[in-house]
Design a protein around this ligand. Sequence first.
Ligand SMILES: Nc1ncnc2c1ncn2[C@@H]1O[C@H](COP(=O)(O)OP(=O)(O)OP(=O)(O)O)[C@@H](O)[C@H]1O
Ligand SMILES: [Mg+2]
Length: 139
Amino acid sequence: MFTNILLAVDGSEHAIRAAHIAAELARCHKASLRLVAAYDPVPPYLGEPNFQIILDAQLKEADKYLARTLEILGEIPGEVNSEVLQGPPAEAILDVAKTRACDLIVMGSRGLGQFTGLLLGSQSQKVVQHADCPVLIVK
Ligand SMILES: Nc1ncnc2c1ncn2[C@@H]1O[C@H](COP(=O)(O)OP(=O)(O)OP(=O)(O)O)[C@@H](O)[C@H]1O
Ligand SMILES: [Mg+2]
Protein backbone atom coordinates (compact mmCIF):
# COMPACT_ATOMS: atom_id res chain seq x y z
CA MET A 1 0.00 0.00 0.00
CA PHE A 2 2.80 2.46 0.91
CA THR A 3 5.83 2.61 -1.36
CA ASN A 4 7.65 5.80 -0.40
CA ILE A 5 7.55 6.79 3.27
CA LEU A 6 8.81 10.12 4.59
CA LEU A 7 10.17 10.17 8.14
CA ALA A 8 10.65 13.58 9.78
CA VAL A 9 13.52 13.66 12.29
CA ASP A 10 14.51 16.34 14.76
CA GLY A 11 16.47 14.37 17.34
CA SER A 12 13.54 14.19 19.79
CA GLU A 13 12.27 11.10 21.62
CA HIS A 14 9.01 11.31 19.69
CA ALA A 15 10.87 11.29 16.39
CA ILE A 16 12.83 8.23 17.55
CA ARG A 17 9.54 6.46 18.30
CA ALA A 18 8.28 7.56 14.88
CA ALA A 19 11.43 6.07 13.32
CA HIS A 20 10.75 2.64 14.85
CA ILE A 21 7.23 2.67 13.42
CA ALA A 22 8.30 4.01 10.01
CA ALA A 23 10.93 1.26 9.78
CA GLU A 24 8.38 -1.41 10.65
CA LEU A 25 5.96 -0.05 8.04
CA ALA A 26 8.72 0.13 5.42
CA ARG A 27 9.50 -3.55 6.09
CA CYS A 28 5.82 -4.61 5.93
CA HIS A 29 5.16 -2.67 2.74
CA LYS A 30 8.62 -3.15 1.16
CA ALA A 31 8.71 0.62 0.89
CA SER A 32 11.59 3.04 0.57
CA LEU A 33 12.26 5.48 3.37
CA ARG A 34 13.19 9.15 3.04
CA LEU A 35 14.48 10.89 6.16
CA VAL A 36 14.02 14.66 6.34
CA ALA A 37 15.75 17.00 8.78
CA ALA A 38 15.29 20.76 8.60
CA TYR A 39 17.47 23.35 10.29
CA ASP A 40 16.87 27.01 11.08
CA PRO A 41 18.16 29.50 8.52
CA VAL A 42 21.26 31.34 9.70
CA PRO A 43 20.81 35.13 9.43
CA PRO A 44 23.30 36.47 6.85
CA TYR A 45 23.76 39.69 8.88
CA LEU A 46 25.85 37.70 11.36
CA GLY A 47 28.70 38.01 8.90
CA GLU A 48 31.79 35.83 8.65
CA PRO A 49 33.12 33.83 10.39
CA ASN A 50 30.00 33.60 12.63
CA PHE A 51 27.68 32.72 9.75
CA GLN A 52 29.80 29.73 8.72
CA ILE A 53 30.42 28.59 12.30
CA ILE A 54 26.70 28.51 13.11
CA LEU A 55 25.81 26.92 9.77
CA ASP A 56 28.41 24.18 10.32
CA ALA A 57 27.07 23.55 13.83
CA GLN A 58 23.49 23.26 12.53
CA LEU A 59 24.53 20.82 9.78
CA LYS A 60 26.62 18.78 12.20
CA GLU A 61 23.70 18.52 14.63
CA ALA A 62 21.32 17.44 11.83
CA ASP A 63 23.86 14.86 10.58
CA LYS A 64 24.24 13.53 14.12
CA TYR A 65 20.57 12.81 14.68
CA LEU A 66 20.13 11.51 11.13
CA ALA A 67 22.97 9.05 11.76
CA ARG A 68 21.44 8.02 15.10
CA THR A 69 18.09 7.48 13.38
CA LEU A 70 19.66 5.44 10.56
CA GLU A 71 21.24 3.18 13.17
CA ILE A 72 17.93 2.31 14.81
CA LEU A 73 16.05 1.66 11.56
CA GLY A 74 17.45 -1.82 11.04
CA GLU A 75 17.16 -3.61 7.69
CA ILE A 76 14.98 -1.75 5.18
CA PRO A 77 14.21 -3.62 1.95
CA GLY A 78 13.82 -0.48 -0.19
CA GLU A 79 16.09 2.52 -0.63
CA VAL A 80 16.90 4.75 2.35
CA ASN A 81 17.73 8.43 1.67
CA SER A 82 18.31 11.45 3.86
CA GLU A 83 17.66 15.10 3.06
CA VAL A 84 18.84 18.04 5.16
CA LEU A 85 17.02 21.24 4.30
CA GLN A 86 17.16 24.79 5.52
CA GLY A 87 13.92 26.43 6.57
CA PRO A 88 10.78 25.89 8.62
CA PRO A 89 10.40 22.13 9.25
CA ALA A 90 6.75 21.76 8.21
CA GLU A 91 7.41 23.50 4.89
CA ALA A 92 10.47 21.33 4.25
CA ILE A 93 8.51 18.15 5.07
CA LEU A 94 5.54 19.14 2.88
CA ASP A 95 7.84 20.19 0.05
CA VAL A 96 9.79 16.91 0.06
CA ALA A 97 6.56 14.89 0.37
CA LYS A 98 5.22 16.60 -2.74
CA THR A 99 8.34 16.70 -4.93
CA ARG A 100 9.38 13.13 -4.06
CA ALA A 101 5.84 11.76 -4.33
CA CYS A 102 5.81 10.32 -0.81
CA ASP A 103 2.65 8.40 0.03
CA LEU A 104 2.95 8.51 3.83
CA ILE A 105 4.49 10.99 6.26
CA VAL A 106 5.53 9.65 9.66
CA MET A 107 6.43 12.11 12.41
CA GLY A 108 6.28 12.63 16.15
CA SER A 109 3.37 14.40 17.80
CA ARG A 110 5.89 16.58 19.66
CA GLY A 111 9.52 17.44 19.13
CA LEU A 112 12.19 19.37 20.96
CA GLY A 113 9.84 22.25 21.87
CA GLN A 114 9.45 23.31 25.50
CA PHE A 115 5.65 23.59 25.83
CA THR A 116 5.18 19.95 26.73
CA GLY A 117 1.50 20.34 27.71
CA LEU A 118 0.36 20.57 24.10
CA LEU A 119 -0.79 17.43 22.29
CA LEU A 120 0.70 18.47 18.95
CA GLY A 121 3.66 20.70 18.21
CA SER A 122 3.36 23.46 15.65
CA GLN A 123 5.15 21.47 12.93
CA SER A 124 3.08 18.30 13.26
CA GLN A 125 -0.06 20.45 13.33
CA LYS A 126 0.90 22.22 10.10
CA VAL A 127 1.81 19.00 8.32
CA VAL A 128 -1.47 17.31 9.30
CA GLN A 129 -3.35 20.38 8.11
CA HIS A 130 -1.66 20.78 4.74
CA ALA A 131 -0.38 17.37 3.60
CA ASP A 132 -1.88 15.77 0.49
CA CYS A 133 -1.02 12.26 1.66
CA PRO A 134 -1.77 10.31 4.86
CA VAL A 135 0.14 11.44 7.96
CA LEU A 136 0.98 9.12 10.85
CA ILE A 137 1.57 11.05 14.07
CA VAL A 138 3.43 9.07 16.72
CA LYS A 139 2.75 9.92 20.39
N1 LIG B 1 13.61 20.50 12.27
C1 LIG B 1 12.86 19.42 11.98
N2 LIG B 1 13.19 18.63 10.94
C2 LIG B 1 12.45 17.53 10.64
N3 LIG B 1 11.37 17.15 11.34
C3 LIG B 1 10.99 17.90 12.37
C4 LIG B 1 11.70 19.09 12.75
N4 LIG B 1 11.09 19.62 13.83
C5 LIG B 1 10.05 18.82 14.11
N5 LIG B 1 9.99 17.78 13.25
C6 LIG B 1 9.04 16.66 13.24
O1 LIG B 1 7.83 17.11 13.80
C7 LIG B 1 7.50 16.35 14.98
C8 LIG B 1 6.78 17.28 15.93
O2 LIG B 1 7.62 18.35 16.30
P1 LIG B 1 7.11 19.83 16.54
O3 LIG B 1 8.24 20.73 16.20
O4 LIG B 1 5.80 20.03 15.87
O5 LIG B 1 6.84 19.83 18.12
P2 LIG B 1 7.56 20.64 19.27
O6 LIG B 1 9.01 20.81 18.96
O7 LIG B 1 7.23 19.91 20.53
O8 LIG B 1 6.80 22.02 19.24
P3 LIG B 1 7.24 23.45 18.63
O9 LIG B 1 8.36 23.23 17.65
O10 LIG B 1 5.99 23.96 18.03
O11 LIG B 1 7.70 24.23 19.84
C9 LIG B 1 8.85 15.81 15.46
O12 LIG B 1 8.71 14.64 16.26
C10 LIG B 1 9.52 15.50 14.13
O13 LIG B 1 9.02 14.28 13.61
MG1 LIG C 1 9.77 21.70 17.23
